[in-house]
Design a protein around this ligand. Structure first.
Ligand code: NAP
Length: 285
């Protein structure tokens, strides 16, 4: 009996050892906004694929805890990179310092915050905060990693936009502007970077079940909400991985997300009509 248990232990141990030895090292992935939601799920999925991780967010402790748990679970190297992308100069400096002398396989530019409310009733400071984090922060993060990718002559840059970057919705005007801006930014970069072998992709998640909506700024309370299909963050993480592996220019996540973007692009007036009558109006402030 003891002998059988011992043999079983040896088999399990050898299988684990073999699995870890056979795991290819895929290189380093930088993920911004990695401590929660989509970024966190993406970090776990890339770690499971054998990527080493460089994880950026503002909260240092949460990043450290996440890194420790992913490193021990997936046997990869994980470096926390505490930084605020809304402070573009400082974020660029930190990213460059963290990449010095290292090779980078993939950068996922994902950090973002939300802002809800009628545009004219929204504080300018809240609007600037969304522009700085989602747009300036994304451009700065890309600016910081691109010299490394260009020097290597390969790698992937993936920007996390949104289905409401494909077709904007009311009461999210500033947010939608940042997400639509990312699409234009990516279109230009894709062609600029083609001669250097760098892939530029955009992933557009539909509504995803993350702490995003609890953390976003509400210029006025959102008293009424329509129920919309919601995806798990792991589905978006898979879309990001697919975007990298297949060097896709754009991935819109989920069938409802694709349908929403399709109607918005091909039937803009119908889309206006549907949004006008379906998105609940907020109460007056
Ligand atoms: N959830 C959705 O329904 C949805 C749909 C479409 C697109 N998206 C987009 O997907 C991305 C991720 O969203 P999520 O749902 O995963 O949000 P989330 O759960 O709120 O996570 C946001 C992440 O970004 C980090 N972050 C926020 N501001 C930052 C800053 N100034 N500098 C550095 N890191 C910052 C947060 O960590 P710290 O607070 O510690 O910095 C956190 O790790 C965003 O760009 C969002 O616009 C989300």
């Amino acid at each position: 009996m003891v002998n059988r248990k011992f043999r079983l232990c040896i088999i399990v141990f050898s299988r684990e050892l073999l699995k870890n030895c056979m795991k290819r090292n895929e290189g380093l992935v930088l993920i911004t906004g990695a401590s929660e939601g989509i970024g966190r799920a993406t970090a776990a999925l890339f770690a499971a694929q054998g990527f080493d991780l460089l994880l950026l967010a503002r909260g240092k402790e949460r990043l450290q805890e996440l890194c420790a748990s992913l490193a021990s679970e997936f046997h990869v190297a994980c470096t926390p990179l505490p930084a605020d992308v809304a402070d573009a100069e400082e974020a660029m400096r930190r990213i460059r310092a963290a990449l010095a002398g290292r090779r980078l396989a993939v950068a996922v530019i994902n950090a973002g915050i939300g802002l809800y409310g009628p545009y004219v009733d929204t504080d300018w400071t809240d609007i600037v905060s969304v522009l700085r984090t989602n747009f300036e922060g994304a451009l700065a993060s890309a600016r910081a990693v691109l010299p490394t990718l260009r020097e290597q002559g390969h790698g992937s840059l993936v920007l996390v936009s949104s289905t409401i970057g494909k077709r904007a919705i009311p009461y999210n005007a500033a947010y939608c502007a940042t997400k639509q801006g990312m699409l234009g930014f990516a279109d230009a970069l894709r062609i600029e970077l083609k001669p250097f072998g760098i892939h530029v992709g955009v992933v557009c998640p539909a509504r995803t079940d993350t702490p995003f909506f609890d953390r976003m700024t509400y210029a006025v309370p959102q008293t009424a909400r329509r129920s919309v299909p919601t995806n798990p963050p792991e589905l978006v993480a898979k879309a990001i991985l697919r975007c990298v592996r297949l060097r896709r220019r754009e991935v819109v996540v989920s069938i409802p997300g694709k349908l929403f973007a399709f109607v918005g692009y091909h039937f803009p007036r119908l889309s206006d009509f549907l949004l006008y009558y379906n998105v609940p109006r907020p109460d007056k402030p």
